[in-house]
Design a protein around this ligand. Structure first.
Ligand code: SF4
Length: 610
């Protein structure tokens, strides 16, 4: 096989064993890599009702057939497991040398099970494997742990680690790398912590398996040149995703005060142009020539890396309009290994609950002096922080009093930073995203606004599916960053071409669409098998706040989602996907995608329709 190494690592932390397992061309062709491999492994190996923190859960690091090649933005790695936050399929992607080095060491994925008796570091150095004592690293931030490991294994070693949040099983703990890159929002860092695995270090010295290394090099160079020549390149380098703050505010979609509003009076103070004045450098993922991590000095004088999502959620959504302070919260979250989006959401929920007198703690919007120590309390699960560490769905269950109506999540995963009071297609994208409410599967918001915010036409379902194929399917399986295509207009046709050059096989866009649909349906099946008869279309429905409480400010004052129209749009989406009215794939759909075994299991579990 070219493109793929054809090997993955099986790591058993309980028995301290590593076995190299070969996989065949069928697995490569049908699931591609990254999210596809993770979905296949979790489908095959998870048991229904399993505790996500049990040793039996699988922690997966999965690269794709383009990962590590010298071509645009190929330094991403998917991390996945059964999520402790949602109870369903959970994953995320991290920009990291760990993916590149794992591939150079000769492996496309690592599947980690069991639980180490004491904290450990997994070291993979080509064909050598070690379980190192992590006693001196346990309790450190992810930044500190990585620096210590880097001192031993060198500047180019690929390192994944967790901070205190992962150690303390915070349900939205992430896996971190390179002081600012992170992934695994649905608590994948907590799964790593539950296994007593502080870090994984990959060092590889092999060549990546291109069918024609010469062609790969030429195509890669040309692709880099095309990215550089894109008209928006220079502005992207200046602001990355940060200009979205101003755009969101202008379009009334900037989550403000726990998504009760879409405009924030201090948006300018946390926007892209304010950030530019504070910026000291750019950081980014391996193999990227459009690095989008904006490094600024935070309120404490430390370096902090900003992007749209973390600024919207730790700024407008919690009512904080000082970018230096937003940056300081963000830096703390990165060090502790907390997901910034979920962190912003649980803090916003806590403030609103305080305002309504539903909790004893007194916190108001933008109350930095109270919020800052709360971030540490969440990471260490102290006092009120221990409750918030469970994620907003669980917190609302405990707080009661109808607070579930403004607990901003879908399937237990906190909503990312777009208010949907007047954005039906984006609401659908959140409703049907594979890990819960995440924009990465279909960032449809700008198209939604352009097409008409009142419209619930079926073309909105078509567009969500189209984007899910590209983003959730192709980019998450190739494990290349979507931004060259999504933000700069680097043509999508490059990807089947590059894949053909890497693998030596003719791979068309249609082939990629089929893989994307197969993987989408398989992840869906993981959820449905897990939830069984509790599964319902309500799980694909965004929070009640967007339907029941209109915006009270801004140009779209009075707007809210229409429940009957949303339901009709959701049913149209189901039909187009080949799913029944419960949102469960039909036997015909699964069989057409080569998922006959999945159909058999689901038939028994939920009474599959044909
Ligand atoms: S554009 Fe940003 S997220 Fe994408 S690879 Fe580059 S640095 Fe990473």
């Amino acid at each position: 096989m070219y493109g793929w190494n054809g090997k993955l690592l099986r790591v058993d932390l309980t028995r301290r064993k590593v076995v190299v397992q070969e996989y065949g061309a069928e697995m490569a062709k049908n699931f591609l890599g990254g999210r596809g491999f993770a979905a296949k492994i979790l489908w095959d190996e998870l048991t229904v009702g399993m505790d996500p923190f049990s040793p039996e859960n699988r922690l997966i690091f999965a690269a794709g057939p383009l990962t590590g090649f010298a071509l645009p933005n190929s330094g991403k790695l998917v991390v996945a497991a059964k999520s402790p936050l949602t109870g369903g399929y959970g994953d995320g992607n991290v920009g990291t040398f760990a993916g590149v080095q794992m591939r150079r060491a000769g492996y496309d994925a690592a599947v980690i099970e069991g639980k180490a008796e004491k904290p450990k570091v997994l070291l993979v150095k080509d064909s050598q494997f070690e379980f190192l004592d992590a006693k001196d690293l346990w309790g450190l931030t992810s930044f500190e742990a990585e620096r210590k490991l880097r001192a031993n294994y060198g500047k180019t070693a690929g390192i994944l680690s967790i901070g205190q949040a992962g150690e303390n099983l915070v349900k939205f703990a992430i896996i971190a790398s390179q002081e600012g890159r992170s992934g695994g929002r649905p608590g994948i860092g907590a799964v790593m912590g539950s296994k007593n695995l502080k870090a994984a270090v990959f060092v590889g010295s092999g060549e990546l398996p291109a069918a024609s290394p010469k062609d790969m090099k030429e195509q890669g160079l040309q692709a880099y040149r095309e990215v550089l020549a894109k008209p928006d390149y220079a502005f992207w380098k200046r602001q990355g995703t940060m200009s979205t703050i101003e755009w969101s505010n202008e379009n009334s979609v900037l989550p403000t005060h726990n998504y009760s509003e879409g405009v924030f009076e201090y948006a300018e103070g946390i926007g892209g142009f304010t950030m530019e004045k504070m910026k000291v450098s750019n950081r980014g993922c391996p193999n990227c020539n459009m690095t989008c991590g904006n490094v600024v000095k935070d309120a404490d004088g430390r370096d902090a890396e900003l992007d749209y999502e973390n600024v919207a959620m730790l700024g407008a959504d919690i009512g904080l309009g000082d970018l230096g302070k937003v940056a300081a919260l963000n830096r703390m979250a990165d060090e502790y290994g907390l997901d910034t989006i979920s962190l912003g959401s649980v803090i916003a929920f806590a403030i609103e609950a305080s305002e309504k007198g539903l909790v004893e703690e007194k916190i108001v919007w933008g109350d930095y002096d109270k919020i800052k120590p709360l971030v540490g309390d969440i990471a260490y699960r102290r006092g009120f922080g221990d409750l918030l560490a469970e994620g907003v769905q669980s917190v609302a269950e405990k707080v009661g009093n109808g607070s579930d109506r403004w607990a901003m999540h879908v399937k237990g995963l906190e909503v990312t930073a777009y208010d949907c009071h007047a954005a039906p297609a984006m609401a659908l994208a959140y409703g049907t995203s594979l890990s819960g409410a995440h924009h990465k599967d279909a960032w449809v918001i700008s198209w939604d606004i352009e097409k008409g915010r009142e419209s619930y036409g079926e073309e909105k379902a078509d567009k969500v599916i189209e984007l899910q194929r590209i983003r959730s399917g192709v980019f998450e399986c190739l494990t290349t960053c979507r931004f060259p295509h999504a933000e700069l207009g680097f043509e999508f046709e490059w990807y089947p071409k590059l894949l053909s050059v890497a693998t030596g096989q003719e791979i068309t866009r249609n082939d990629l669409d089929i893989v994307a649909d197969r993987v989408f349906n398989l992840v869906r099946a993981v959820w449905i098998r897990e939830f069984g008869t509790k599964w319902s279309k309500e799980m694909d429905t965004p929070p009640a706040r967007w339907f029941d409480e209109p915006l009270t400010k801004g140009p779209l004052k009075g707007s809210r989602l229409d429940r009957a129209k949303y339901d009709a749009l959701l049913q149209a989406y189901y039909r187009k996907r080949g799913w029944d009215d419960r949102g469960i794939p039909t036997g015909k759909t699964l069989n057409a995608l080569g998922l006959g075994d999945v159909a058999s299991q689901l038939r028994e579990r939920v009474g599959l329709r044909d």
